[in-house]
Each structure stands twice: as structure tokens, then as C-alpha cells.
Design a protein around this ligand. Structure first.
Ligand SMILES: NC(=O)c1ccc[n+]([C@@H]2O[C@H](COP(=O)([O-])OP(=O)(O)OC[C@H]3O[C@@H](n4cnc5c(N)ncnc54)[C@H](O)[C@@H]3O)[C@@H](O)[C@H]2O)c1
Ligand SMILES: [Zn+2]
Length: 1609
């Protein structure tokens, strides 16, 4: 690369120019360091974020330059360069890292002759500075800051430090760097959030030091961003030399330079923390208090930003700073992406629902190093660029508390020592409408005008900025921002350089639209069109009528996105034409005002004609005309809503006072009324056109006040306290906003003569304001003990003596409505003992200084209150744990099935109906029945369109018909989603707690199925095209989706019977889940058998390829996790018939087909150790929504996303449980930290199961985790583990749903993940999983398969248990093993002890009782009445389970078993067989035995359960069994008479298992029957035993393989 000698800027500090700034200065730095700080060793330290980007460049440059310099000097010895890369983040600033660096250097024999280079952010700078300060008693070091924060703050001043567990920066030294090099090129790779973090310090410095620097920041937002983010790659080393430096780069350098200079100057004058240096602490006193609570979820700069705002508000409250300055600070900080309050969404998203209690913040502030004794020192701003004192000022705790508190306590004036302030005079905030008009008129006017009482809000700010960028006028501020001086441009306008952005400022957007058409022409070199745009909300607000009118009168306006909406581009065509303009004014009066305001400057006189039905908000049009007149322009009113304006221009008066907002003015006047004092509002009077300006005359006067009004002022004197009179009826239609003020006064009226009730009417519109204000007033007033009620269009209030009013304990809820807060402030000024007003911030919308003014100007005392929870006060009240957002579904509501033709809506729909016990109705058939015409004929006669309309109606009718709206499956025609109306019906059904189920199948398969059938024409459209059109409609209309997965098709496009059976089974599982009948959730009861519970995390890219191994992989797991983010749709499967979602849905179907386990649906984002994008919140939650639609038992929701998204997600969860997860990949939330607690709280609030994952680097991290876990034992089920090899112990100790891997998986899902077998083995070694002994008790048992079966299973799962033979003729010989051995885990019981064993058992299950035999004994511990743990032996019979579990899957439809069943034999096994048939739902059970009397005995036994029909002879029996179970020994050689097999193809099971295929089975197979071998039942009943003993699903595949292998031997 060409060597350049860069242009650098230097700043002097402590007498030397050692701060050097520039672009691309790597070589400059190396050269300077090597020549001015000669040493034998240079140690460059940086972090892993920076090293890959910059390190090699530095080392390469170091080698080159040091060689060159050595050659020049003729020296042979080049200095050594050591480099070391540390992990990033605050945790690196530790003693441990310092030790490691020192040991490393000492072991390399590095001497005193050393210079350190700290290349990184503040962390590296602070740490390496401290290392340098103490290494060999101090060696030189150089700062190369790479973050903005480090450049403007931490690298300058010589403060170095490390953190200890007791706190940050507690150990350190003052150690000045020799040089500080700021290469601004580093900022290009800095994450945006880190950049903003540094900007907080930059804004802070400008705010205390220099207003012109501040203005640069205010206006330079875009340029600064551009300089950082946009680098022109075609210009090499751009900015290194002045000639390639862009304007934006210069501005960035300027800004940083200014900030660095201030810090350097302060440090120079005041090296060790004196008064001056304290100024730099602006925003930090409170900022630190907050940071201590929310770090590291929020960054230092983010907390400082909030601190700046709070400290500025404090200054304002104390009367030192204007609201204008506070507003400027707020806007400036937010424009750089910084938060300005703790209530912001951005903040909430970071800290969850953690509450920063004022007491906690104050507690931290108490230990601030800068405090003086118990007095706090805070920097008080007096103006932008100036502070009250040249040091921090002393401030009382009460004042700080008041500012920080989220709630306000308003104290009654009657209880103040001095009583109420008798006379008050004030100017209330300007009206927004008038401010906007005044700004525009003054800018267009001739001459200079001083505007006062402007409202400072976002709206007016945007208007002002727009006028500036249009070059319409010149503006100055006077009186510290209280006066705006406008030097009018007399109508001059030019095309702005950039687009004009007006946020969501409605008025500004309408007014400016016409203004843009006034631009006469585009100047040379400038853009040719003026662009007006706003935020997303603004882009949805219509301006079409205005655009139409202007275009018709010759303007060239184009909507660049959506017709009739912003953004618009206006190309100058020689100015605003004027002439006759027709305009529709039925939507907004602002269109009219817009044209009127510009009309004087039109080329021809304007005749504005308002057309259409009605003109809305006439008073606002009148206001516009009146204001135009005050600026010398008259508007002629003609009949028929026509206005005429001659060409002229506005004449600016010297001074113009913006009239107050009349609604706001009612509050101070009402305080005078209620407290019996006098108040004058100086900026509103009888001249006003605002309806609310008549409040004093029309409301207060009749209530008994003395009212004096001049043209521009209003004075009210209230009657003595308690003597306001009620107003029997008052129509407030012309001043609706003031009804809240009137209502609180009505609450304290008295009327000794009669009725004491005030009725306010004409205010119905107040139900749809910020909140339903009428309901809100009734509710809040009632809390004070006032009787109030709603009227059809108003409110009725009973007056009550003031002394009887009770302030509500929890305070007044404001519904985020400024008017409620202010009106209740009025009431609170007299209510005894003080009233709390919640959410005090809401007043900022129209009166940001309300609380200051209430106290300072109106004399009402206030105090701060924080009703939130303090740290450590986390309550365990039940309510907190409830997921209230989960709407209850109504599982009885009819289920609507939608989907393409051919996917099986009818077949599967009918199956669904049977499964759920619902009825079935087909919408098309219903339609034909009701309309009495076939659909074909209907369409033929009326056409498709009409059919679709009727179809939607039919569906709607069905869903509301009392007959059909519950317990029906309603199957729709494929085209139901074609119309928006039908889709709306479906969506409504979902919204109301119903289910719309979308059935899908592979479209390739459907199409080959349909094309087989020529009798079903496609109505001339190809099916694929139809699917493409409809697929998104189906998906938006459904809240569930079932994927009917068939592996392949058989001849002729049919799904094979096997697949159909599997699909029906899948559907049953799905339906049982979504209707809550059988949710398949893991039993997480602590202490249950089978702890720990686990889920296996699948990591393959595509399940299809691994289908055969899925069952094995899931062995022993309680659930299975589908890591959706790891799936990769194989390329050959990517086509437009299979979208990504369809692919994922199919993967899930494959998984469910192979494994019965509940599924955890997980999409892991990058920042949480997965691969899904961190920036795609919508994509993430769309996917999670699919997990819910597909009925996944668990959906993993990462707690790092916004609360809003999480809340929406849980609202849809249905029966799915939410697993709320947090992975601390970046090691920011150590166990036990407040930061982690915030995550826990969020998960606790939203999730059913909490999952917290940390990272362990040493065993200590596991110990910290276990302490944490033990704190949470009584909370919700929690998965808490540490990643990394060092964290494996935590995976072993975790007992709830531990994520596991399996040797057959491609790789583990997370570092350190173990298999189930590994976990169990380790738990055993640790003593957490004691060995248990299991026995087979009976004789003869030498050839039993049971030991193989169980020991294979134990081995596979890593369980330490042993299964052995306990052969005995007398059951008593087994007594010791059963009763005395503490290691006894359970037993299989066989002949001859199946009955005898019962005497040892505490309990025998019903099944075993009926069968009259116990084949399984197991142990449970139960709590006895006295609280002790009792060991209980329980008996069960699993033989019948073995029969059932093998026979049912062979049935076409297990929910529809055959009518008849036959059992052969009458021994113990026959009993199990009868029980099994009964349990399978077989109605008619026949029993045959050679000795008939024995059969009758059994019949008697089962009498209580079911009827058994004894067959005397098989030959004569007229039966047609679908199921046969034989329990007669194989050696009997039994065969059945042929007719018993009948016409049906049934299922037969022979319990004899030597040989595998008995004579009987062979005969049945010949008859086409399916058969179950005895060995299968044997295995199956063993598996059932295994599951009872271990609480785990048995690893069936490997057990069966091993048993069969043994059997064949
Ligand atoms: N000494 C002082 O006077 C002083 C003043 C203020 C703050 N501090 C200290 O500074 C520390 C915070 O400094 P910080 O905000 O710079 O944090 P930091 O050093 O942790 O850096 C922030 C992150 O940005 C990364 N990063 C840094 N430069 C980058 C670049 N150019 N490109 C991409 N990534 C980059 C880092 O790896 C890190 O992940 C705190 O420890 C604080 O106590 C010290
Ligand atoms: Zn700071």
C-alpha cells in the first residue's frame, strides 16, 4: 500500500501535544512510538474482536518500520514485539487477567525497558494502563482507543483500573499514557450500539461546555453516521490526507476533537479530581445509580444518557434550566439512538420487567466517590453549554427523589403551613395548532417577528426544521430558547438538499405539502424535486384529497410509494398556480388550512371551493383565517363554502405571542376554583377561537367563581373551599377536552338547598381518546369515594364534602393520558393527606413542565413516590407466575378444516370427528342442501363470484348456528379462502377461541393423485397454480396445521394403506394435543421416578436422511428437540412447491412418525448460540408461530427478543408450553447477578419452563450455578446449565429436561453436551443415582429372556442397575430381597408366585387384581400422614399391556376395534388376554377352553368388568372374531376350525413363543391374518416393566434386537 504521510490533528494535554487524531494512521503511530518511546520490548494487547481485523496490519507494519529504523541507525538489534489477544468484555478487567499478563511477560524475560500499546476499548485501555503502572514499578504506555467512548473519555486522563467482586474500578492508579492515538477508521467496525454508547459522552461534554459544539451534534446526526458507516471503497485511505477527506469525515473529526479537547483541558487544569473535573460527571451521578442496577444489560453510555435527562430535569425543577434546553437534550440523545427514560421500549427490551426502584438508585448514589458527606453533588446545567457553577452543585435527596420517582404524591394546600398561594399568574403552554400556523406564517412573512410561548413538541420541531431546510426564513433563539426570532423570507423557497422528514407530525405534513408546490424552480446543481416523507405511521395517513386538488391546479406531485400517501416528490413548475381550486374537506380541515395559508403567494388569486357533503372542524379553518388576518392578509368568505384570497404577502408584527392551549389553561384556573384562590392565565382570553377558552365563563362562573376575561387573559377567583356549586346539566360539546377538569370540580360541590349532582353531556367523543375517558373518570373518582356514573353521552357526578374524600392507596391510574393526570392533580390539591398520581410522565405530551409548574408556580407541594418493587423484594405471589396472555381456547367449539382439494379433508375430517366424538359436516353439501341446488348448477346460473359470496355466508351461518357451532368438524371446499370475506370469517373463528385446521400434503403427491382421476376436472385451472395462489391465504386463515406425511405413493397415486394408518395415528395424536385431551407433556414433578428428565437435541441438517436412526437417537429421552435453525432444505427439494415452511413442517412430520416423544420446537439465534439471524425478530416469531400451529408440545422462546413479540407469541400458545430460554454466550449475566435475575424474571413471567444457560470456564462457575439453582427450587421448573467442557457437571446435576446428545448424532448441539448414558453414568459415580437390584422371581427361570432384556436396557441408558435371577420354589425365599434389601428396585414375578407375592405388597393395581396375578413389582416412596417417607411395594400386571401394545398398531384404526374377540385357554394368561381385549374396546369377548368349567370360572371373575361369552365348542360356534389371543401351550398343537377365521382379515396373537411361529400362527397367516408372536408380547411386557421401574421410555430397538439374537441362539 502506498505510504502516505497522513494529516493529523493534535490536542495538548498536561503540557504536551500527545493526543493525535487522524484517519489511517497505523504507520504514523508505529513510527512515532518507535522513535519517541524507544524500548527493547513493545507489548501490544488487544481483544478478539479487534485482532482479526487489525492486528496483522500492525505487526507487519511494526516489522517493516523497525527494520528500516534499525538499518538507518546501523544497529543490528531490532526491538521485540509481543502481542496478546484477550477475550472482550468487562470481565477481562480483572485481577486474574492482570496476573496472567504479568506472568506471561515475566516468563518471557521482559524487562523494565518496555512500552505497552493498549489497542481496544476502555476495557483494554484501563487494564493495560494499570498493568503498565505497576509493571517493574511503572513503564511507559500508549493508548490506541478503538471505541468512541475510549477516544473521547477513557483513554484521556490517565485513570486506570480493574474490577473486583466488590465493585468496578476499585483498584487502580493514575498513570498517564505517553501518547493517545485516535485512528477514526477503527470506528467503521464498531457496532452501532457501541457507537451510540460513546456519543452519550460526546453529547454530555458539549452540553456542559459549548453550545456551538452542541448545535453541531444536533444538526449533524446524519453526517456523523455517514462518516462512520459509509466508507467509499474506491478511494484508498480516504481521509488520511485532507484532500480525500469528506465533509462528513471532517465533521466526525471535529466532534471527537471538541470532546477530547474538553476532557484534555479539564484534566490539564485539574489532574486529580477537583471541582472542574467534576463537571465531566454531568449525567453520571444518576447514570451510575442506574448503571449499577442494570449493567451489563445496558451500557454505560445508555445509562448516562438517561442520567443526563434526569439531571437536566432536576435543574429545570430547581428553576435553573428551561424546558427548551431539556427538550433539545432529549431530542439530541435520541437521535443518536440513545434511550432517554427507563420506560422506553428499547430499555424494557434490554432489561425485561426489571424495575429500577428509586430507593435502589439512591442507595448506589450514596456511595458515590464524589459526594460530600451525606450531601449529593450533581452538575446542574443552566443552559446548553453552561453549568450553574463551575463544579457540581449540592442537591438535597428530596429533590433528586422527586425527579427520579415514577409516581407523584400531590399534597393538599390546606395542609401546608402557609396555606394556598392566594394569587397566581402564569402563562400556560402554547397551542399546538397555533404554534404550527405561526411558524409557517412568520417564515413566509416580511420582516422580523419574535414568537413567544411556542409549544416545544416534536410536531413544531419538525415544522421548524422543514422550514429551515427549505430556506424559507432565518431563525435565531433568544432568552435561552424562550423566544424564537424569525427573519421572514417573504415567500422565498428552494428545493431542499435532502428529503424533508416530518416524523409523525400530521399538521406539518399537510401544511408543508402546499408549501412545496410554492417553490418556483430548482436551482442549478440541486435536486430537481422536493421530497416530503415521514415515519411508517405517517405514511399511512391519507393526504389524497389535498394532492388531487393541488395537482388539478397545476402542481407536479408524485406519491413515490403508495398513491395518495407520503412520501411525495414535488417538482417545481414555477410556483403555486392558484386560481379556482376544488377541495374535499370532509376528511380533514388541515387540507383547507394548508391551501389558505399559502394562497397569498399564488400566481393567480385563489378561489377555494370546498366540495362534498360536509366540512369538518370548521373552528380550525376559522382559526387559520383569523391568524392570517393578524399577519395582514384578509380572506373573503363567499357563500357555499368558498373562500377568496388576493395575492399579497404576510406582514410580520414585531412580536407575536402564541395563544395558550385552552384545554391546558383549564387546570390552573380550576385549582383557583377548588382552593378558593385567584389565578390569571396571561395568554388566553375572549379573543380566542378555541372552544375550551370558554370554560371559565361557561363552567367556572356558574359553579360560583368570579371570572374576569380580557381579550388575551383570563382570571378566576374561586369561592371559599368547599363551596363550588353543582351544575344540574351542562352541555360541553364545544369544549369536550375540558370535561375532565369539570368532573373533578363536580366531585367537591355542595348544595345545601337541593340536589348535589352535576351532569355533563355532549362528550361522547371522549370515549375514543387516549383512553375511554368517561369510564376512566368514573372509575378513578369512585376510588376517592365519589359517586359517579356514565350517561349515554356524558357523566354524572355527586358532590361530596372534601373532608370525606379518601385518596386511593395505590393512587390514581392515568391510562397514559395527560389530561387524567392533570385533572386529578387539581382534585389532589385539596384531598386530605395527599394523593399519588401514577405514571407522572404522561403529562409530557402537552405540558412537560406540569409538575414543576404545579409546585413552583401554583404553589402545590409535591413529593416523589415509587410504588414499584425494590431489589430483593421479589415476591412469590401466585399472580406473577400466571401467563394471563394465554387466551383460553374453547375445545368444544367446532373445528373448521381447510385445505386444497385432494389432501383428504373428507377422509381425515371424518376420522377427526370420530376421534374427538364430534359430528361431521361438509360445507359444500350443506350448501347444496340449504340452497336446494347443486354447486355445479349454482355456478352455472350465478357465476363464481356469487358462489363465493354465498359460500362465505354458509360458513358464517354454520359457525353461529347453535346446532353446528359446537362439537362439529366443518370441512370446507378448497376455494373457501379465495375471498377476503371468507378469510375474515375463519380468522374471527380463531380469534374467538375456535380452531381452523389447515390440512396439507405434499403437493406433488396430491397432483399425481388427482390427475389419476379424470372425473374430477380442475375447472380449467392447473392445480399447482391454484396452490401457489392460495397457500398464503390458507396459512393466514388457520391457527393450526396438520401435515399429512406419506413416504411415497403406490400405483395410481394412492397413499399406501400403511401410510394412511400412520397418518391417521399422527392426526389423532395431533388432535388430542390441540384439544388438550392428551398433551403428551413430560411429567416434571420433582422427585418422580425417572429424574433427571432429558430431551435429546437433534442437530442434523435434514431428518429424512436419518429417519431410520431417529428411534435409536431418542432412546431413553423424555422429549426431543427439533433445532429448526440447523435444518437445511436439501437443494434438490427446493422448489416452489415446497417452501421453507413446508419443508420444516414435513421435517416435523417425519420426526413424529418415527418418535412418539413430545417435541421441543427451537429456533436458536446466533447471539444465543444458534444460527438464526439476530436481527430478524419478525422472522423468528413467524417461525415460532408455526411451531404452535403444528401443535408442538414445547416451543422455545428466547428471552432476548422484545417483550411485545414474546407477549404476542404466548397469546397464541394454545396447549404448547413455552420454554423461556436465555443463553449467556457473551458472559454478561453471571449466576446470581442482577442482570441474570432480570432474565429469570422475564422467563418467569412468560414461560412455563425457564431455561438459563451460562458458560463455565472453571468449576467455580458450576458452584455458582448450583447456589443459584438452590435458590430457585420453589419456582417454576428450571433448566440451568453451563456450556463448555468445564460446565459438564452442571448438565449432570440439572434434573429438569437436560439437553442431551446421542452418539449417533452428527454433532452435539452445544459445547459440553453429554449423552443420556454419560449423564446417568456420572450421576451414579456421584452418588446421585444409586444402583438398584431387580429380580426375576419364580421357577424354572434359567432360560428366561428377562435378564437380557432389562440389562440391555439399563446399559443402553447408562443406568447402573442389575437384573438377576432369584430362583425359588417358595416365595418366602425372596422375602429378604424384597423387604430387607435397601437396594431392591423391583421384580418380575413368574410361575408359580404370581398370586402368592401379593401378600408382601402394599398395593395391587386393579388390572392385576382382575387378572388375579402380579407379574411386576415396583417400589415407590410416598409421604405418609406423619410426613415420613415410606417405601411401598406395588403390584401390577404388564402382560395385558404387552398384548395391547403389540396388537393395536396392527389395527387399521385402533379407535375402531373389531366387534368380536376370542380368547383360547383359561389360565392366568387368558385372564390377561381378556383384560387386554376389554381395554382395547372390544365389545363381544368369546372364551374357549378345553375344560369348559374353567372357562365359566373366568366368566364369573370378569363379571364386574365385562361380559365373557363361553363357547362350549369351536366347531359349532357362529362367531366372526377380528382378534384372537391364544394362551394354550404350543405343544398342544392347536389349530382352529377354518370358519373361525371367517371373511375378515384379523389379528392373532399366540402367547406361546417356542417356536416363534406356532402351528396356530402358521395356520392364521395362511388365512391372511396378521400375527403377533409370543416373543413380541414377551418383549413388550418387559418394556412396560422397564418403563415402570425407570420412569423412562425403554430403548426398544436395541432391547428387541438383543433379545431376538439371544432367542435365535
Ligand atoms: N479510565 C477512564 O477514565 C474511563 C472512563 C470511562 C470508561 N472507562 C471504562 O471503559 C470501559 C468501557 O469501555 P468501552 O465502552 O470502550 O467498552 P469495551 O472496551 O468493552 O469495548 C466495547 C466492545 O466493542 C468492541 N470493540 C472495540 N473497538 C472495536 C472496533 N473498532 N471494532 C469492532 N469492535 C470493537 C470490543 O471488543 C468490545 O466488545 C469500562 O470498563 C469503563 O469502566 C474508563
Ligand atoms: Zn462516562
Amino acid at each position: 500500500m502506498a505510504m502516505v504521510d497522513p494529516d493529523v490533528s493534535k490536542v495538548s494535554i498536561l503540557g504536551s501535544e500527545s493526543i493525535i487524531l487522524g484517519f489511517h494512521i497505523t504507520e504514523y503511530i508505529i513510527r512515532d512510538v518507535l522513535t519517541s518511546i524507544p524500548a527493547s520490548n513493545y507489548v501490544l494487547i488487544t481483544d478478539t474482536n479487534l485482532a482479526p481485523l487489525y492486528l496483522s496490519n500492525y505487526t507487519e507494519c511494526f516489522k517493516r518500520v523497525s527494520r528500516e529504523l534499525a538499518e538507518k541507525k546501523g544497529s543490528v538489534k531490532e526491538p521485540r514485539l509481543f502481542t496478546r489477544v484477550l477475550p472482550p468484555g468487562e470481565l477481562t478487567k480483572s485481577r486474574k487477567t492482570k496476573d496472567e499478563i504479568e506472568d506471561w511477560l515475566l516468563s518471557n524475560a521482559v524487562t523494565r525497558d518496555t512500552c505497552f500499546l493498549a489497542m481496544g476499548g476502555g476495557v483494554i485501555g484501563d487494564l493495560i494502563g494499570f498493568v503498565a503502572a505497576t509493571f517493574m514499578r511503572g513503564v511507559p504506555f500508549v493508548q490506541i482507543p478503538t471505541t468512541l467512548l475510549a477516544m473521547v473519555d477513557s483513554s484521556i486522563g490517565g485513570k486506570t483500573a480493574i474490577d473486583t467482586p466488590a465493585g468496578k474500578n476499585l483498584i487502580g492508579a493514575f498513570w498517564q499514557p505517553q501518547r493517545i492515538f485516535m485512528d477514526l477508521v477503527f470506528l467503521q467496525s464498531l457496532p452501532e450500539r457501541e457507537f451510540a454508547n460513546g456519543m452519550a459522552e460526546v453529547v454530555k461534554t458539549a452540553a456542559i461546555w459549548n453550545e456551538s459544539d452542541f448545535i453541531k451534534l444536533e444538526t449533524g446526526v446524519d453526517a456523523v453516521r455517514e462518516a462512520v458507516l459509509n466508507n467509499n471503497p474506491t478511494v484508498p485511505l480516504q481521509g488520511a490526507k485532507l484532500d480525500t477527506r469528506t465533509e462528513a469525515q471532517s465533521l466526525l473529526l471535529d466532534v471527537i476533537l471538541a470532546s477530547a479537547r474538553v476532557k484534555a483541558e479539564v484534566v490539564t487544569n485539574d489532574e486529580r479530581e477537583g471541582g472542574l473535573r467534576g463537571l465531566l460527571n454531568f449525567g453520571h451521578s444518576i447514570g451510575h445509580g442506574i448503571e449499577a442496577l442494570v449493567s451489563p444489560l445496558m451500557l454505560h453510555g445508555e445509562c448516562v444518557s438517561i442520567g443526563i435527562m434526569k439531571e437536566a430535569e432536576l435543574s429545570r425543577n430547581l428553576g435553573h434550566l428551561s424546558q427548551v434546553a431539556v427538550g433539545r437534550l432529549a431530542r439530541c440523545l435520541s437521535s443518536y439512538g440513545l434511550p432517554i427514560t427507563l420506560d422506553e421500549k428499547k430499555v424494557k427490551d434490554r432489561i425485561g420487567n426489571m424495575h429500577c426502584h428509586v430507593d435502589d438508585i439512591m442507595e448506589v448514589m450514596k456511595v458515590d466517590k464524589k459526594n460530600q458527606g451525606d450531601k449529593k453533588r450533581i452538575v446542574l446545567l443552566s443552559a446548553i453549554g453552561n453549568t450553574l457553577e463551575k463544579r457540581a452543585s449540592v442537591v438535597s435527596d428530596i429533590d433528586i427523589y422527586k425527579i427520579l420517582a415514577p409516581e407523584q404524591l400531590v399534597l393538599p394546600v390546606t395542609e401546608s403551613a402557609t396555606g394556598p398561594r392566594k394569587e397566581v399568574s402564569l402563562t400556560t403552554p402554547g397551542s399546538k395548532s397555533i404554534s404550527n400556523r405561526a411558524l409557517l406564517i412568520a417564515a413566509l412573512g416580511q420582516g422580523t417577528v419574535r414568537l413567544t410561548n411556542l409549544l416545544h413538541s416534536d410536531d413544531t420541531q419538525y415544522m421548524l426544521a422543514a422550514l429551515q431546510s427549505l430556506n424559507a426564513a432565518d431563525f435565531d433563539w433568544e432568552d435561552n430558547g424562550d423566544t424564537l426570532v424569525v427573519h421572514g423570507g417573504a415567500g422565498r423557497l428552494s428545493v431542499p438538499e435532502k428529503e424533508v422528514y416530518i416524523g409523525n407530525a400530521g399538521t406539518a405534513s399537510r401544511f408543508l405539502t402546499t408549501v412545496l408546490t410554492m417553490i418556483p424552480k430548482a436551482e442549478e446543481g440541486n435536486a430537481s424535486a422536493a421530497i416530503l416523507t415521514g415515519n411508517a405511521r405517517m405514511k399511512q395517513r391519507p393526504i389524497a384529497p389535498l394532492l388531487t386538488a393541488l395537482t388539478a391546479s397545476g402542481a407536479n406531485i408524485k406519491s413515490t410509494e403508495k398513491e395518495g400517501f407520503l412520501p411525495i416528490a414535488v417538482t417545481p413548475t414555477g410556483g403555486f398556480k392558484g386560481g379556482r381550486i376544488e377541495l374535499s374537506a370532509s376528511i380533514s380541515s388541515q387540507y383547507v388550512s394548508s391551501i389558505l395559508l399559502c394562497a397569498p403567494y399564488a400566481v393567480e388569486p385563489v378561489e377555494l371551493v370546498l366540495v362534498g357533503d360536509q366540512v369538518i372542524s370548521q373552528p380550525y379553518i376559522d382559526m387559520t383565517i383569523a391568524m392570517m388576518e393578524s399577519f395582514g392578509v384578509s380572506v373573503e368568505r363567499l357563500p357555499n363554502n368558498t373562500y377568496k384570497i388576493q395575492q399579497t404577502s404576510y406582514k410580520n408584527p414585531e412580536h407575536y405571542i402564541v395563544e395558550s392551549d385552552a384545554s391546558s389553561a383549564t387546570y390552573p384556573l380550576a385549582i383557583a376554583a377548588i382552593t378558593g384562590t385567584t389565578c390569571t392565565v396571561t395568554s388566553i382570553g375572549s379573543n380566542s377561537l378555541q372552544g375550551d377558552a370558554t370554560f371559565a365563563i361557561n363552567v367556572l362562573r356558574p359553579m360560583g367563581c368570579v371570572v374576569k376575561q380580557t381579550e388575551t387573559s383570563t382570571t378566576v377567583t374561586g369561592p371559599p373551599i368547599g363551596q363550588l356549586k353543582p351544575l344540574p346539566t351542562i352541555d360541553m360539546e364545544t369544549m369536550t377536552d375540558a370535561f375532565l377538569t369539570a368532573s373533578v370540580l363536580a366531585a367537591v360541590t355542595s348544595n345545601p338547598q337541593g340536589e348535589n349532582i352535576t351532569r355533563i353531556t355532549g362528550i361522547a367523543n371522549q370515549r375514543v381518546k387516549e383512553c375511554n375517558r368517561i369510564a376512566a373518570m368514573v372509575h378513578e373518582l369512585t376510588k376517592f369515594g365519589v359517586t359517579a356514573s356514565e350517561l349515554p353521552d356524558g357523566i354524572q357526578i355527586h358532590g361530596k364534602p372534601i373532608k370525606d374524600l379518601k385518596p386511593p392507596k395505590e393512587g390514581v391510574h392515568c391510562y397514559d393520558d395527560h389530561r387524567i393526570a392533570m385533572s386529578f392533580s387539581v382534585l389532589s390539591s385539596v384531598v386530605p393527606s395527599g394523593t399519588i398520581i401514577q405514571e407522572k410522565k404522561c403529562v409530557e405530551k402537552t405540558w412537560p413542565t406540569w409538575w414543576d409548574d404545579l409546585e413552583g408556580k401554583m404553589g402545590v407541594r409535591i413529593n416523589g413516590v415509587d410504588l414499584g418493587k425494590k431489589k430483593g423484594q421479589v415476591s412469590n405471589v401466585l399472580g406473577r407466575a400466571s401467563n394471563s396472555a394465554n387466551k383460553k381456547m374453547d375445545h368444544q367449539k367446532s373445528i373448521v378444516i381447510i385445505g386444497m382439494r385432494g389432501v383428504g379433508k373428507t377422509t381425515l375430517g371424518q376420522h377427526a370427528a370420530e376421534t374427538l366424538g364430534f359430528n361431521f359436516v361438509d360445507v359444500d353439501q350443506h350448501f347444496e342442501k340449504v340452497q336446494n341446488i347443486t354447486i355445479y348448477d349454482f355456478i352455472h346460473t350465478w357465476g363464481w363470484e356469487k358462489f363465493r359470496v354465498k359460500e362465505a355466508e354458509t360458513l358464517q351461518e354454520l359457525l353461529t348456528d347453535p346446532k353446528y357451532h359446537r362439537n362439529y368438524i366443518i370441512s370446507c371446499g378448497g376455494g373457501i379462502v379465495e375471498t377476503a370475506d371468507s378469510r375474515a370469517v375463519l380468522k374471527d373463528h380463531c380469534r374467538n377461541g375456535g380452531k381452523v385446521l389447515h390440512l396439507v400434503r405434499d403437493m406433488d403427491q396430491v397432483s399425481s393423485y388427482l390427475s389419476r382421476d379424470q372425473t374430477r376436472p380442475m375447472y380449467g385451472e392447473d392445480m399447482i397454480g391454484v396452490w401457489k395462489r392460495r397457500r398464503s391465504w390458507y396459512r393466514e386463515a388457520c391457527n393450526y396445521e396438520f401435515v399429512a406425511y406419506a413416504e411415497s405413493l403406490v400405483e395410481g397415486g394412492w397413499v399406501s394403506p400403511g401410510d394412511w394408518m400412520a397418518i391417521k395415528k399422527d392426526l389423532q395424536r395431533f388432535l388430542f394435543f390441540v384439544t388438550g385431551r392428551q398433551t403428551n407433556h413430560v411429567d416434571l414433578t420433582p422427585g418422580r421416578i425417572g429424574i433427571p428428565t432429558t430431551f435429546v437435541a437433534l442437530t442434523m441438517k435434514d431428518l429424512g436422511a436419518h429417519q431410520s436412526r431417529l428411534a435409536e437417537i431418542c432412546e431413553g429421552a423424555d422429549a426431543v428437540e427439533l433445532r429448526v435453525d440447523l435444518l437445511q432444505q436439501p437443494e434438490d427439494q427446493q422448489n416452489d412447491l415446497k417452501s421453507y415452511i413446508e419443508y420444516v413442517g414435513e421435517q416435523l412430520a417425519i420426526l413424529r412418525r418415527s418418535v412418539p416423544l413430545p417435541v421441543v420446537f427451537t429456533v436458536r439465534s446466533k447471539g444465543q448460540a444458534g444460527t438464526f439471524s439476530d436481527n430478524d425478530e419478525k422472522g423468528m416469531f413467524d417461525l415460532l408461530r408455526w411451531g404452535q400451529r403444528w401443535g408442538c408440545e414445547y416451543v422455545d422462546v428466547e428471552m432476548c427478543w422484545s417483550n411485545a413479540a414474546i407477549e404476542e407469541c404466548i397469546a397464541n400458545k394454545g396447549e404448547s408450553k413455552i420454554l423461556g430460554s436465555w443463553h449467556d454466550v457473551r458472559r454478561q449475566t453471571p449466576w446470581g447477578s442482577t442482570a441474570l435475575e432480570a432474565r429469570y424474571d422475564t422467563a418467569d413471567k412468560y414461560a412455563d419452563i425457564i431455561k438459563l444457560v451460562g458458560v463455565a470456564t472453571s468449576m467455580l462457575d458450576n458452584i455458582a450455578l448450583e447456589e443459584y439453582r438452590s435458590d430457585k427450587v420453589n419456582g417454576k421448573p428450571m433448566i440451568a446449565i453451563n456450556m463448555g467442557a468445564a460446565g459438564q457437571l452442571s448438565r449432570v446435576l440439572n434434573e429438569v429436561l437436560t439437553p442431551t446428545t446421542h452418539p449417533a448424532l452428527p454433532h452435539a448441539a452445544a459445547p459440553g453436551q453429554l449423552s443420556l448414558a454419560e449423564i446417568n453414568t456420572t450421576r451414579h459415580l456421584l452418588g446421585l443415582l444409586p444402583l438398584k437390584k431387580f429380580w426375576l422371581i419364580g421357577t424354572p427361570i434359567q432360560h428366561s429372556m428377562s435378564p437380557t432384556l432389562h440389562n440391555t436396557g439399563f446399559n443402553a441408558l447408562g443406568l447402573p442397575h442389575k437384573y438377576g435371577l432369584l430362583e425359588c420354589h417358595m416365595v418366602e425365599y425372596a422375602e429378604d430381597a424384597l423387604l430387607k434389601d435397601p437396594e431392591f428396585g423391583g421384580a418380575s414375578i413368574t410361575i408359580p408366585h404370581k398370586v402368592n407375592i401379593m401378600k408382601y405388597l402394599d398395593r395391587v393395581h386393579d388390572s392385576a387384581k382382575l387378572i388375579g396375578a402380579v407379574n411386576t413389582v415396583f417400589v415407590r416412596y410416598e409421604e405418609a400422614e406423619d410426613g415420613t417417607r415410606q417405601r411401598r411395594l406395588i403390584g401390577e400386571n404388564t402382560d395385558y399391556l404387552g398384548i395391547m401394545r403389540r396388537m393395536q398398531p396392527l389395527m387399521l384404526d385402533p379407535t375402531k376395534p373389531p366387534e368380536q374377540g376370542l380368547v383360547l385357554g383359561s389360565g392366568g394368561t387368558a385372564r390377561a388376554a381378556i383384560y387386554a381385549l376389554h381395554s382395547m374396546g372390544i365389545k363381544k369377548i368369546y372364551l374357549w377352553n378345553r375344560t369348559t368349567s374353567k372357562a365359566y370360572e373366568l366368566q364369573e371373575v370378569f363379571k364386574s368388568l365385562c361380559g365373557v361369552n363361553v363357547l362350549e365348542s369351536l366347531d359349532a360356534a357362529k362367531i366372526a372374531p377380528g382378534v384372537i389371543v391364544s394362551t394354550v401351550p404350543a405343544d398342544s398343537g392347536l389349530e382352529l376350525p377354518e370358519h373361525v377365521y371367517g371373511g375378515v382379515k384379523g389379528i392373532i396373537c399366540d402367547m406361546a413363543y417356542k417356536p416363534r411361529r406356532t402351528k396356530l400362527l402358521l395356520q392364521a397367516v395362511r388365512k391372511g391374518w396378521s400375527c403377533v408372536e409370543g416373543i413380541e408380547v414377551l418383549v413388550e411386557q418387559g418394556l412396560a416393566q422397564f418403563e415402570i421401574w425407570t420412569g423412562k421410555r425403554a430403548p426398544a430397538q436395541c432391547i428387541e434386537a438383543e433379545v431376538l439374537r439371544k432367542y435365535e441362539l
